[in-house]
Design a protein around this ligand. Sequence first.
Ligand code: ZN
Length: 209
Amino acid sequence: MDTSPEQIAALVRQLLDFDSLPPIVQAGHPALRQPAVAFDGQIPDTELQALVTLMRQVMHAAPGVGLAAPQLGIPLQLAVLEDQHELPENLTQVRQREPLEFFAILNPSYTSIGSDVASFYEGCLSVTGWQAVVHRAAAVQLTYLDVSGVAQQRGFTGWQARIVQHETDHLSGTIYLDKAVTRSLSSNAEYERHWAQPTIDKAQRELGF
Ligand code: ZN
């Protein structure tokens, strides 16, 4: 894909001119598989703000807890994150799923904090209908620019750390299936039928991973 500043600007303008919410592209789309380019002023501030607002709307409508620009076909290092979902308490406790206030990240990178690993099922809006277990760092330090262009550093743990890693990975052309335990792969229907539990213990035993 062409990642020239002109092309990025044209792709964004096309999205912003759309009358309805743009579709989330699915696995196989080239934008999901190439390193996104760093934000470097390719679009003016007003359009960046409008794009962030649009991405938040698409994320809410999906619904999801994160969306990266490549998922709208734009190979730019931008993602939005927000987790306000109400879940049963046994789930939120085991998964350490704390609410995450909406924020947008530009040019992010993360490093693990410590060596603890958390293993849970996750899914992706660009791989509709499936879920798989991914072993991820239980805590990460995220470095990014906020939408005002100010450099930020923030630590995340639990489910928030999972969302941060998943979305940041999108910007280097990585989708969660690249890191997943493939034997755990489950359609949403089979997941609901058999493996929808706070931990992955039963799935691990019975699917053999
Ligand atoms: Zn995803």
